[in-house]
Design a protein around this ligand. Structure first.
Ligand code: F6R
Length: 231
């Protein structure tokens, strides 16, 4: 196990992770960003002072079956939580979920990411151990693809403001994420304690795709005390 576990005070977690993120950004950097609840305070804590100029940014995943502009779409989330807040606004690439053939769109996104490669992937931890939309059962070799969502993942879209319940999406695969030069897993809140514990200390297997990150040569777990302190 080579991962680095950083347990940070709850009230400082977002600012500290934002500082570390800004230090990684620079012309030509290729980064993949998660949406969802966890990274929001980090994105809001970015100073916005040109950090994203010339950064190549890829969205980690996107729900299918929601209308363009739906507040629950990952593109809408990254727009309101990051793009509209920093200057110059980052250009964020995302999979074309509205394409007539989502499989073709996923393949195009896979090629794009494969050609560029990722310097850094900033990820969140699903309650069931998913990463992106790599749900339990996904292997370390699973590529960027159309993914079927577990019921709990579908339901969580409502919490992001989705007007319908998505059942599928296009996600960057574990394979491309594990090929990134560096990976960060952001974990906050008491409700993530058990799955974090399983991720860090359980068997590495596809029941909990997050466990594959523990074998990445350069992975940092940025955890707040609520999630990371036991007892
Ligand atoms: C978001 C994503 C998801 C979330 C995960 C945690 O782009 O791919 O895997 O990172 O479900 O969600 P939150 O942060 O809302 O607890």
């Amino acid at each position: 196990m080579t991962f680095d576990l950083e347990i940070l005070p709850d009230e400082e977690w977002a600012a500290l992770v934002a500082n570390r993120l800004e230090a990684k950004l620079g012309p030509g950097a290729r980064i993949c960003l998660a949406t969802g609840t966890t990274p929001v305070p980090v994105y809001h804590a970015l100073s916005g002072s040109g950090a994203f100029a010339e950064v190549v940014t890829f969205l980690l995943d996107e729900y299918g079956g929601l209308p363009p502009g739906d507040p629950g779409r990952c593109t809408s989330m990254i727009t309101r939580d990051l793009v509209e807040r920093v200057e110059p606004p980052p250009t964020v690439m995302s999979p074309e979920v509205d394409h007539d053939d989502p499989g073709e769109a996923a393949a195009a996104y896979r090629e794009l990411i494969g050609d560029c490669g990722l310097d850094l992937a900033v990820l969140g931890l699903g309650a069931n151990g998913h990463i992106g939309m790599n749900e339990p059962g996904s292997t370390a070799e699973s590529v960027t693809r159309v993914a079927h969502l577990d019921e709990s993942t579908s339901r969580s879209a409502a919490g992001y403001g989705a007007t319908a319940t998505p059942t599928w999406g296009i996600t960057v695969g574990m394979s491309e994420l594990l090929a990134a030069s560096e990976v960060w897993l952001l974990v906050t809140g008491e409700h993530k304690r058990d799955i974090l514990n399983r991720t860090l200390h359980g068997a590495v297997d596809s029941d909990v795709p997050a466990t594959f990150l523990t074998e990445h040569p350069n992975c940092v777990f940025f955890v707040d005390e609520s999630a990371g302190l036991t007892g």
